[in-house]
Design a protein around this ligand. Structure first.
Ligand code: NAP
Length: 291
Protein backbone atom coordinates (compact mmCIF):
# COMPACT_ATOMS: atom_id res chain seq x y z
CA UNK A 1 0.00 0.00 0.00
CA UNK A 2 2.73 2.40 0.99
CA UNK A 3 4.51 1.67 -2.27
CA UNK A 4 1.39 2.71 -4.17
CA UNK A 5 0.89 5.80 -2.01
CA UNK A 6 4.43 6.99 -2.67
CA UNK A 7 4.74 6.22 -6.34
CA UNK A 8 6.52 3.59 -8.34
CA UNK A 9 9.19 2.53 -5.88
CA UNK A 10 10.50 -0.89 -6.84
CA UNK A 11 12.55 -1.26 -3.68
CA UNK A 12 11.25 -3.19 -0.69
CA UNK A 13 9.59 -0.75 1.68
CA UNK A 14 9.88 -3.26 4.52
CA UNK A 15 13.68 -2.92 4.58
CA UNK A 16 14.53 -1.93 8.17
CA UNK A 17 17.07 0.85 8.58
CA UNK A 18 16.45 1.41 12.30
CA UNK A 19 19.64 2.61 13.98
CA UNK A 20 21.14 3.70 10.64
CA UNK A 21 22.18 7.31 10.09
CA UNK A 22 22.30 8.98 6.67
CA UNK A 23 23.31 12.42 5.44
CA UNK A 24 21.84 13.59 2.13
CA UNK A 25 22.98 16.81 0.46
CA UNK A 26 20.44 18.84 -1.49
CA UNK A 27 17.57 17.08 0.30
CA UNK A 28 15.13 19.99 0.13
CA UNK A 29 13.90 19.21 -3.36
CA UNK A 30 14.10 16.87 -6.37
CA UNK A 31 15.91 13.56 -6.13
CA UNK A 32 17.46 14.37 -2.74
CA UNK A 33 14.10 15.01 -1.15
CA UNK A 34 12.72 11.62 -2.23
CA UNK A 35 15.96 9.91 -1.20
CA UNK A 36 15.82 11.41 2.31
CA UNK A 37 12.14 10.61 2.71
CA UNK A 38 12.49 7.00 1.58
CA UNK A 39 15.45 6.39 3.90
CA UNK A 40 13.53 7.86 6.85
CA UNK A 41 10.46 5.83 5.91
CA UNK A 42 12.56 2.69 6.32
CA UNK A 43 13.67 3.73 9.81
CA UNK A 44 16.89 5.70 9.25
CA UNK A 45 17.71 8.98 10.95
CA UNK A 46 18.44 11.41 8.14
CA UNK A 47 20.41 14.65 8.14
CA UNK A 48 19.18 16.97 5.39
CA UNK A 49 22.19 19.08 4.42
CA UNK A 50 20.90 22.10 2.53
CA UNK A 51 21.36 25.85 2.07
CA UNK A 52 18.04 26.99 3.45
CA UNK A 53 15.97 25.92 6.45
CA UNK A 54 12.93 27.67 5.00
CA UNK A 55 13.17 25.58 1.82
CA UNK A 56 13.81 22.40 3.82
CA UNK A 57 11.11 22.80 6.48
CA UNK A 58 8.33 21.27 4.30
CA UNK A 59 10.48 18.14 3.87
CA UNK A 60 11.25 17.99 7.61
CA UNK A 61 7.51 18.27 8.29
CA UNK A 62 6.64 15.67 5.67
CA UNK A 63 9.11 13.17 7.15
CA UNK A 64 7.96 13.83 10.73
CA UNK A 65 4.36 13.26 9.69
CA UNK A 66 5.19 10.14 7.72
CA UNK A 67 7.36 8.47 10.36
CA UNK A 68 5.75 9.81 13.53
CA UNK A 69 9.19 10.47 14.99
CA UNK A 70 11.88 13.16 14.74
CA UNK A 71 13.64 11.22 11.99
CA UNK A 72 14.94 14.19 9.99
CA UNK A 73 17.38 16.88 11.06
CA UNK A 74 18.47 19.99 9.22
CA UNK A 75 22.13 20.87 8.85
CA UNK A 76 23.26 23.94 6.93
CA UNK A 77 25.48 23.36 3.90
CA UNK A 78 26.53 25.65 1.07
CA UNK A 79 28.79 23.64 -1.20
CA UNK A 80 29.96 26.81 -2.95
CA UNK A 81 31.66 27.89 0.29
CA UNK A 82 34.24 25.55 1.82
CA UNK A 83 33.97 27.26 5.22
CA UNK A 84 30.30 26.22 5.21
CA UNK A 85 31.29 22.65 4.25
CA UNK A 86 33.73 22.55 7.19
CA UNK A 87 31.10 23.88 9.60
CA UNK A 88 28.56 21.34 8.35
CA UNK A 89 31.00 18.45 8.92
CA UNK A 90 32.01 19.79 12.36
CA UNK A 91 28.37 20.03 13.42
CA UNK A 92 27.62 16.53 12.21
CA UNK A 93 30.69 15.08 13.95
CA UNK A 94 29.90 16.99 17.15
CA UNK A 95 26.47 15.35 17.26
CA UNK A 96 28.34 12.11 18.00
CA UNK A 97 26.30 10.01 15.59
CA UNK A 98 27.60 7.21 13.37
CA UNK A 99 27.33 7.68 9.61
CA UNK A 100 26.25 4.68 7.57
CA UNK A 101 25.28 6.46 4.38
CA UNK A 102 26.51 9.66 2.78
CA UNK A 103 24.56 10.71 -0.32
CA UNK A 104 26.42 13.36 -2.30
CA UNK A 105 23.35 14.43 -4.23
CA UNK A 106 23.25 18.24 -4.44
CA UNK A 107 24.15 19.73 -7.77
CA UNK A 108 23.64 22.60 -10.10
CA UNK A 109 23.82 23.05 -13.82
CA UNK A 110 23.84 26.09 -16.03
CA UNK A 111 25.12 28.58 -13.44
CA UNK A 112 28.20 30.60 -14.24
CA UNK A 113 30.89 32.10 -12.05
CA UNK A 114 33.43 31.19 -9.40
CA UNK A 115 32.94 29.76 -5.91
CA UNK A 116 34.13 31.72 -2.86
CA UNK A 117 37.29 29.60 -2.83
CA UNK A 118 38.12 30.22 -6.48
CA UNK A 119 36.84 27.16 -8.34
CA UNK A 120 34.69 27.20 -11.47
CA UNK A 121 31.15 27.34 -10.04
CA UNK A 122 29.69 24.03 -11.23
CA UNK A 123 32.86 22.03 -10.58
CA UNK A 124 33.25 23.74 -7.20
CA UNK A 125 29.74 22.86 -6.02
CA UNK A 126 29.25 19.47 -7.67
CA UNK A 127 32.73 18.05 -7.03
CA UNK A 128 34.99 20.13 -4.74
CA UNK A 129 32.37 20.76 -2.04
CA UNK A 130 31.46 17.06 -1.94
CA UNK A 131 35.12 16.02 -2.01
CA UNK A 132 35.79 18.07 1.13
CA UNK A 133 32.61 16.93 2.88
CA UNK A 134 33.44 13.28 2.22
CA UNK A 135 37.04 13.69 3.39
CA UNK A 136 35.92 15.36 6.62
CA UNK A 137 33.41 12.57 7.29
CA UNK A 138 35.68 9.76 6.12
CA UNK A 139 36.85 8.62 9.57
CA UNK A 140 33.27 8.57 10.86
CA UNK A 141 32.18 6.48 7.86
CA UNK A 142 35.05 4.06 8.50
CA UNK A 143 34.17 3.83 12.19
CA UNK A 144 30.53 3.12 11.24
CA UNK A 145 31.25 0.42 8.61
CA UNK A 146 29.55 -1.21 6.87
CA UNK A 147 28.82 2.14 5.27
CA UNK A 148 28.27 3.58 1.81
CA UNK A 149 28.95 6.76 -0.14
CA UNK A 150 26.59 7.36 -3.06
CA UNK A 151 27.51 10.20 -5.41
CA UNK A 152 24.87 11.39 -7.84
CA UNK A 153 26.73 11.95 -11.11
CA UNK A 154 25.14 11.92 -14.56
CA UNK A 155 25.39 10.27 -17.93
CA UNK A 156 26.40 13.75 -19.09
CA UNK A 157 29.88 12.86 -17.82
CA UNK A 158 30.47 10.92 -21.03
CA UNK A 159 30.52 14.11 -23.12
CA UNK A 160 33.18 15.82 -20.97
CA UNK A 161 36.26 16.44 -23.09
CA UNK A 162 38.59 15.95 -20.09
CA UNK A 163 39.79 17.94 -17.10
CA UNK A 164 41.47 21.26 -17.87
CA UNK A 165 43.17 22.09 -14.55
CA UNK A 166 43.54 25.80 -15.38
CA UNK A 167 39.89 26.20 -16.40
CA UNK A 168 38.78 24.59 -13.14
CA UNK A 169 40.31 27.55 -11.32
CA UNK A 170 38.62 30.19 -13.50
CA UNK A 171 35.07 31.50 -13.94
CA UNK A 172 32.78 29.47 -16.17
CA UNK A 173 33.85 29.89 -19.79
CA UNK A 174 30.98 28.40 -21.79
CA UNK A 175 27.88 30.55 -22.23
CA UNK A 176 25.45 27.87 -21.10
CA UNK A 177 27.59 26.23 -18.40
CA UNK A 178 26.71 22.86 -19.92
CA UNK A 179 30.29 21.92 -20.75
CA UNK A 180 31.30 22.68 -17.16
CA UNK A 181 28.38 20.54 -15.92
CA UNK A 182 29.67 17.58 -17.97
CA UNK A 183 33.15 18.11 -16.53
CA UNK A 184 31.81 18.24 -12.97
CA UNK A 185 29.94 14.98 -13.52
CA UNK A 186 33.06 13.32 -14.93
CA UNK A 187 34.75 14.44 -11.71
CA UNK A 188 31.92 12.81 -9.69
CA UNK A 189 32.45 9.44 -11.38
CA UNK A 190 36.26 9.62 -11.09
CA UNK A 191 36.00 10.66 -7.43
CA UNK A 192 33.68 7.79 -6.54
CA UNK A 193 35.96 5.28 -8.29
CA UNK A 194 39.12 6.58 -6.60
CA UNK A 195 37.43 6.67 -3.19
CA UNK A 196 36.31 3.08 -3.77
CA UNK A 197 39.89 2.05 -4.52
CA UNK A 198 41.23 3.84 -1.44
CA UNK A 199 38.60 2.32 0.86
CA UNK A 200 38.71 -1.21 -0.58
CA UNK A 201 38.42 -3.77 2.22
CA UNK A 202 37.39 -1.15 4.79
CA UNK A 203 33.67 -1.93 4.73
CA UNK A 204 32.87 1.45 3.15
CA UNK A 205 31.69 1.06 -0.44
CA UNK A 206 31.11 3.77 -3.02
CA UNK A 207 28.75 4.16 -5.97
CA UNK A 208 28.30 6.77 -8.71
CA UNK A 209 24.80 7.14 -10.12
CA UNK A 210 23.07 8.39 -13.23
CA UNK A 211 19.46 9.02 -12.12
CA UNK A 212 17.96 9.37 -15.61
CA UNK A 213 16.58 12.61 -17.00
CA UNK A 214 14.38 13.76 -14.15
CA UNK A 215 11.76 16.50 -13.88
CA UNK A 216 13.36 18.56 -11.07
CA UNK A 217 14.53 22.11 -10.45
CA UNK A 218 17.92 21.29 -11.99
CA UNK A 219 16.49 22.53 -15.28
CA UNK A 220 15.68 25.97 -13.86
CA UNK A 221 18.53 27.54 -15.84
CA UNK A 222 17.59 25.90 -19.14
CA UNK A 223 15.87 28.40 -21.45
CA UNK A 224 12.10 27.77 -21.54
CA UNK A 225 12.17 27.29 -25.30
CA UNK A 226 14.44 24.25 -24.96
CA UNK A 227 12.45 22.53 -22.22
CA UNK A 228 10.06 20.60 -24.55
CA UNK A 229 13.18 18.85 -25.89
CA UNK A 230 13.72 17.38 -22.43
CA UNK A 231 10.23 15.89 -22.45
CA UNK A 232 11.10 14.14 -25.70
CA UNK A 233 13.95 12.42 -23.85
CA UNK A 234 11.47 10.75 -21.50
CA UNK A 235 11.50 12.80 -18.30
CA UNK A 236 11.16 10.77 -15.11
CA UNK A 237 9.40 12.04 -12.02
CA UNK A 238 11.58 12.53 -8.89
CA UNK A 239 10.31 9.26 -7.38
CA UNK A 240 11.62 7.36 -10.39
CA UNK A 241 14.71 9.56 -10.42
CA UNK A 242 15.62 8.50 -6.86
CA UNK A 243 15.43 4.77 -7.66
CA UNK A 244 19.05 4.20 -8.59
CA UNK A 245 20.35 6.29 -5.68
CA UNK A 246 18.21 4.20 -3.31
CA UNK A 247 19.27 0.98 -5.00
CA UNK A 248 22.93 1.88 -4.45
CA UNK A 249 22.23 3.03 -0.90
CA UNK A 250 20.32 -0.11 0.06
CA UNK A 251 21.00 -3.02 -2.24
CA UNK A 252 23.94 -2.78 -4.63
CA UNK A 253 26.58 -5.39 -3.76
CA UNK A 254 29.39 -3.97 -1.57
CA UNK A 255 31.97 -5.76 -3.74
CA UNK A 256 30.92 -3.53 -6.64
CA UNK A 257 32.46 -0.56 -4.86
CA UNK A 258 33.68 2.28 -7.06
CA UNK A 259 31.36 1.35 -9.91
CA UNK A 260 28.81 3.33 -11.92
CA UNK A 261 25.07 2.62 -11.94
CA UNK A 262 22.03 3.66 -13.97
CA UNK A 263 18.53 2.14 -13.98
CA UNK A 264 19.51 0.28 -10.79
CA UNK A 265 22.10 -1.73 -12.71
CA UNK A 266 25.84 -1.65 -13.28
CA UNK A 267 26.81 0.39 -16.33
CA UNK A 268 30.11 1.16 -18.01
CA UNK A 269 31.05 4.83 -17.72
CA UNK A 270 33.07 6.69 -20.35
CA UNK A 271 36.65 5.75 -21.14
CA UNK A 272 37.93 8.85 -19.33
CA UNK A 273 35.82 8.03 -16.27
CA UNK A 274 37.52 4.63 -16.07
CA UNK A 275 41.05 6.04 -16.14
CA UNK A 276 42.68 5.46 -12.72
CA UNK A 277 45.52 7.87 -13.51
CA UNK A 278 43.08 10.69 -14.24
CA UNK A 279 41.20 9.83 -11.03
CA UNK A 280 44.44 9.99 -9.03
CA UNK A 281 45.35 13.31 -10.67
CA UNK A 282 41.92 14.73 -9.82
CA UNK A 283 42.42 13.55 -6.24
CA UNK A 284 45.77 15.37 -6.02
CA UNK A 285 44.23 18.51 -7.54
CA UNK A 286 41.26 18.39 -5.13
CA UNK A 287 43.48 17.73 -2.10
CA UNK A 288 44.89 21.26 -2.32
CA UNK A 289 41.83 22.44 -0.38
CA UNK A 290 42.71 20.25 2.60
CA UNK A 291 45.89 22.14 3.56
N1 NAP B 1 17.37 16.04 -12.96
C1 NAP B 1 18.09 15.38 -13.85
O1 NAP B 1 17.66 15.14 -14.98
C2 NAP B 1 19.48 14.92 -13.49
C3 NAP B 1 20.18 14.15 -14.44
C4 NAP B 1 21.43 13.68 -14.13
C5 NAP B 1 21.98 13.98 -12.90
N2 NAP B 1 21.29 14.74 -11.99
C6 NAP B 1 21.91 15.04 -10.71
O2 NAP B 1 21.03 14.73 -9.66
C7 NAP B 1 21.38 15.51 -8.51
C8 NAP B 1 20.13 16.08 -7.88
O3 NAP B 1 19.58 17.02 -8.77
P1 NAP B 1 18.01 17.24 -8.99
O4 NAP B 1 17.71 16.83 -10.36
O5 NAP B 1 17.25 16.68 -7.87
O6 NAP B 1 17.99 18.85 -9.01
P2 NAP B 1 17.33 19.96 -8.08
O7 NAP B 1 15.88 19.69 -7.90
O8 NAP B 1 17.73 21.25 -8.70
O9 NAP B 1 18.08 19.77 -6.71
C9 NAP B 1 19.42 20.14 -6.57
C10 NAP B 1 19.75 20.32 -5.11
O10 NAP B 1 21.11 20.76 -5.01
C11 NAP B 1 21.13 21.87 -4.13
N3 NAP B 1 22.24 22.78 -4.34
C12 NAP B 1 22.53 23.52 -5.44
N4 NAP B 1 23.59 24.32 -5.19
C13 NAP B 1 23.98 24.08 -3.91
C14 NAP B 1 24.99 24.59 -3.06
N5 NAP B 1 25.83 25.55 -3.46
N6 NAP B 1 25.09 24.12 -1.81
C15 NAP B 1 24.23 23.17 -1.36
N7 NAP B 1 23.24 22.65 -2.11
C16 NAP B 1 23.12 23.11 -3.37
C17 NAP B 1 19.80 22.58 -4.37
O11 NAP B 1 19.54 23.46 -3.31
P3 NAP B 1 18.64 24.79 -3.53
O12 NAP B 1 17.23 24.32 -3.58
O13 NAP B 1 18.97 25.61 -2.31
O14 NAP B 1 19.11 25.42 -4.80
C18 NAP B 1 18.88 21.38 -4.42
O15 NAP B 1 18.60 20.93 -3.12
C19 NAP B 1 22.38 16.56 -9.00
O16 NAP B 1 23.69 16.19 -8.62
C20 NAP B 1 22.22 16.51 -10.50
O17 NAP B 1 23.39 16.91 -11.18
C21 NAP B 1 20.04 15.21 -12.26
Amino acid sequence: MLGRQYGAMNLPVAQDLSGQVALVTGANTGIGRITARELARRGADVFLATRSLARTQPVLDEIAQLTGRPAAHWIELDLADLASVRTCAERFLAAGRPLHLLVNNAGLGGQRGLTRDGFEMTFGVNHIGHFLLTQLLRERLLASAPARVVTVASRAHQWAPGLDWDALRQPTRSLTGIREYMVSKLANVLFSAELGRQLAGSGVSTYAVHPGVVDTEIWRQVPRLLRPLLKLRGLRDPEQGAQTTLYCALQAPPQETGRYYADSALKTPSRLAQDPRLAAELWRFSKQILS
